[in-house]
Design a protein around this ligand. Structure first.
Ligand code: GH3
Ligand code: MG
Ligand code: MG
Length: 395
């Protein structure tokens, strides 16, 4: 009789493959006694999917939760003009759970890489229609975040062809003939590297996104705003385009915090941000400039267009009633559970007298905003050499 936890037949092989040939981790130990027979059927898929380059997630089994790697198995493109070699490699790789496609020439290989990029290419150097090195160059000319590892397969085991291949970007070299175990080990190693690189790119992308995003509101942050303002100003100058800038500050926001507490103030800021974002078009750039102050860059927008956008935002904010959750921290117990917050807005636009840089556009929009504050708040001011007050009719 089998020892407890011992799985026989293909299920064991599959399980061992799934966990890299090591003993089963405790959380995924094969079932004991009466569950013994079930293990092959639910562990076997892990063996296939683990080689894929997908996400990791928790999968429910009769034993509880097991961490598994999901999504499609890795795709390998085998490029070889020898039918026999192509068929043999395809069989060996397919048996391991890879999705294999074949190409018997360089042009077919390049077409396949472009239309359905594989996770790995096994490339024969001697092809009927193209030099293998040329195919390698084209595969490697892809953007850095679309890395496809290439293993060169060649009867030419001399140092020169190895060095040339590796110099122009091949990731590994395997001299023909090679053993099944060796090609499988090399493929697994390459796919591991690809997976690591993809994770690194993903982390890098997330970090970049975080570095330009305001964590409270999800709007772009001041840093992003500063960069884009200068870019957009230069573009407007070069192409003779219009460019407008709206600066917006919520009125008496301190009172919201004082009445309902800081967390409720945060919730109001988030909702106000969503309203502002919903009032602008896709090409416009909305950022949290700081505290309860926001900025909207409007590329290719002249004065009347900017005024229309500012008025829309101002009306939306003016009409909004924020509901403070009943279980939220209320500093002033007598305070009502809803609050309204108005906004003051300042607009500057290019081309305009005195505005020759992005900094000046910002400075004059800011001046217009302070003019709006001085004029009693809840209003829009437009910069024009000397800012004047724009009286928006209330509905
Ligand atoms: P004004 O009409 O002159 O702009 O008055 P104000 O009260 O809005 O302006 P003031 O500059 O006096 O105060 C800004 C307030 O905004 C005080 C500050 O606590 C609040 N504030 C700034 N950032 C945040 C934030 O991230 N969360 C919350 N809850 N409050 C914030
Ligand atoms: Mg304010
Ligand atoms: Mg302020």
């Amino acid at each position: 009789m089998d020892a407890p936890g011992h799985v026989t037949g293909s299920g064991r092989e599959a399980g061992e493959r799934a966990f890299g040939g090591r003993a089963y981790p405790k959380s995924a130990a094969p079932p004991k006694s009466r569950w013994k027979r079930r293990s092959p059927s639910f562990l076997a898929p892990c063996a296939r999917v683990r080689r894929g380059t997908g996400r990791e997630f928790r999968r429910a089994t009769l034993l509880g939760y097991v961490r598994v790697f999901v999504t499609s198995p890795s795709k390998i493109l085998v490029v070889d003009d020898s039918r026999m070699q192509l068929d043999w490699l395809s069989q060996v790789l397919a048996r391991e759970g890879y999705v294999v496609s074949g190409a018997s020439g360089g042009k077919e290989a390049i077409r396949k890489v472009r239309t359905d990029p594989p996770d790995l290419v096994l490339l024969d150097m001697i092809l009927p229609d193209m030099d293998g090195l040329e195919v390698l160059r084209i595969v490697k000319a892809r953007p850095e975040d679309q890395f496809i590892p290439v293993i060169i397969l060649s009867v030419k085991s001399d140092l020169d062809s190895k060095v040339t291949g590796l110099r122009i970007g091949a990731d590994d070299f395997l001299a023909k003939p090679f053993a099944e175990a060796e090609i499988l080990a090399r493929c697994a190693a390459m796919l591991r590297i690809k997976q690591l690189q993809e994770r690194l790119h993903e982390v890098q992308r997330k970090l970049e996104e975080q570095s330009i995003t305001d964590s409270l509101t999800g709007l772009k942050n001041r840093r992003f705003f500063d960069e884009r303002l200068h870019e957009e100003f230069r573009r407007a100058q070069r192409y003779g385009d219009y460019l407008s800038l709206i600066m917006l500050d919520l009125d008496h926001f301190k009172k919201v915090n004082d009445r309902f507490g800081h967390p409720s103030g945060d919730a109001v800021l988030r909702e106000a941000s969503s309203l502002i974002r919903a009032s602008i078009r896709d090409p416009d750039i909305c950022a949290r400039y700081g505290g309860e102050e926001f900025a909207v860059i409007l590329p290719k927008t002249h004065m009347s267009g900017a005024l229309a956008v500012a008025e829309r935002i101002w009306r939306e904010l003016d009409a909004k009633e924020y509901v403070i959750p009943p279980n939220g921290p209320v500093v002033d117990a007598a305070a009502t559970r809803t609050v309204r917050v108005t906004a003051s807005l300042g607009i500057a636009f290019y081309p305009s007298k005195d505005i020759t840089t992005g900094e000046l556009l910002l400075r004059f929009a800011d001046q217009a905003l302070y003019q709006a504050k001085r004029a009693g708040r809840n209003t829009i001011c437009l910069y024009q050499a000397a800012a004047y007050r724009y009286e928006a009719a209330k509905s």
